[in-house]
Design a protein around this ligand. Sequence first.
Ligand SMILES: [Zn+2]
Length: 267
Amino acid sequence: MYLVDTHAHLYLKQFEQDRAAVMQRAMDKGIKEFYLPNIDSTTIEDLLQLEEDFPEACFAMMGLHPCSVKENFQAELTIVKEWLEKRPFCAVGEIGIDLHWDTTFFEQQKEAFRQQIHWAIELDVPIVIHSRKSTWEVIEILKEESHPKLRGIFHCFGGSVEEAEAIIDLGFYLGIGGVVTFKKAGLDKTLEKVDLKHLVLETDAPYLAPVPYRGKRNESAYIQYIAERISAIKGVALEQVAAITSQNAKNIFVKAQKKSHLFGEVR
Ligand SMILES: [Zn+2]
């Protein structure tokens, strides 16, 4: 089986003690590619180190997470921009809006999101979106920023059929993670009506572990439980879920991997 974890923070301190074992367990389960979203300037060094340690399997994104958008967000964005100019990245991520914890910086989150969208368009790479409690706000911005090169993934999708359709209409993919295994989440009802060709798999490790590990540290090997749940919901073989979602991930990321980098320069 060829599986892809399109969203994992495996470079974080939670994996400090046993990162090699975590990677090995994932590879033993058939996970061949890991896409690593950045958070902010404090995580870049560890992110790039992990990519360097597994150059065939790990691919770094660059971006400023909406939960890290504070008073100093312009300085943080400058660092993101410097990295995007310095070398290629598979995507700009994770970026977006989070209205769950704190809405103080909502305006700044929108500004940072738009700025990073513009860089992704210029680079011709996908964006990986964090849209907690803000799906419609994010969709609104994507409509306003509409561009043929604007594409990517709504990470950690957990919404309604209506939301899924609006996202698909924009040409974006739905990142499906541990939430699909949570009984009360209702995501199964939505996915019954969504074709596999719009889905990619993700763990968001170390967060959001699927059942039966809910509440524990998540890791990429657990993508198996997510794929199995989708297989049951859609009534198709596990191998087919793996094949289609991995192809989708390839469609999103491969072109970007071959790209040179920002503002017309060649590596
Ligand atoms: Zn994430």
